[in-house]
Design a protein around this ligand. Sequence first.
Ligand code: AMP
Ligand code: MG
Length: 406
Amino acid sequence: MISVEEASRLIASVNLPLPAESVPLEQASGRVLRESLFADADFPPYDRVTMDGIAIAYQAYQQGCRAFEIASMQTAGSPRQKLEATTHCIEIMTGAIRPEGTDTVIRYEDLRMREVKGRRIAEIDPAVSIAAGQNIHRKGNDRQAGSLLCSPGIRISPAEIAIAASIGKSRLQVSSLPKVAIISTGDELVAIEQQPLPHQIRKSNPYMLAAALQEMGAHTSLHHFPDDAAEIEVQLSSLLNSKQVLVLSGGVSMGKADYIPAVLEQLGVEKLFHKVRQRPGKPFWFGRRGQCVVFALPGNPVSAFVGCYRYLRPWISAQMGEHPPAALYAELAQEVRFKPALRYFMQVQVQSRPDGQLLAQPLQGAGSGDHANLLRCNAIMELPGEEREVFEAGTSFPIYPFRRLA
Ligand code: AMP
Ligand code: MG
């Protein structure tokens, strides 16, 4: 039996080749970026007017001029005009390029418009003071042409989409998505559509695991093995040749029908570990054969859930080239006692306190078979139970959220 840290290190040592692929920008959100994005022009690319009003030469204002005759109008998207006389102004709209000969924009709210013999005059409200250069977003103020905007390893969000569009990228290089086979095992399991007999239950792990991996973009296929060593061997053998990742649940403990570890080894899958000093999820088996990586999780739904969020999802994210997210911590809302010398993955409901601290309410449930308890929770908290038995209220530990925390 190995520690959680050793298990994590062994899992991280196995790599899956996920080459980059090109996708249309409209399909890139949520994917992991595999190229650097550079500014193709200054941000903004021209002196951009930020208010509707008039553009003047500040020099005229400084010399006491407060009323300006409107010489012309320049809207956003129309070519640059030139102010010929500093006693005049150009009526200007947000998004327009700063007209030549002007350097300052005064918004309509600070003007009084009047008409004198067919000529329009804009007069500055005497209560308002005007600053040189105001209401102009200077060319290159935000980023300079050629500067690095995004590095590989970012999970693309709408913010990156906006930037890619702005620099003329209609396609992006992103990580390709792994093909994952998700396999349930056990003769007590029946399909969702079936009415279970008194000694049967419906299988739920494969749907849970597929949902958790599809959220990250993985391609998933569902399979089922009966508790029959010969049958497992035939089916496993074919999946080992066709998939990049196998995620099994069940059949890895000490039971008489727990054939998975033996058959995996028989088929030449190299065992990197079996059993981790943790609860729930201790009988976790992990190995690889060639280009195929095998996560064989215990069958109890909460054990499989913890294995997925603590090991499988972070590993897939790393294979996609995603920068590892910073660890997240929450404070225990009440004391927890846990006797076994095992890492304890405890179900919690995390909430944000008004002072900004995250607070975790322990909701321990009835053990690893009680997956209904997950409905009340939003994260798994990792407690170093191998070191101590008492975890005081107010102490902080890492959390693995599986829903939005708010
Ligand atoms: P095992 O790890 O095969 O000994 O299974 C442990 C427990 O988890 C048993 O009570 C199984 O019935 C249950 N179990 C295994 N696989 C699933 C599944 N796919 N969905 C729901 N429960 C399962
Ligand atoms: Mg079983």
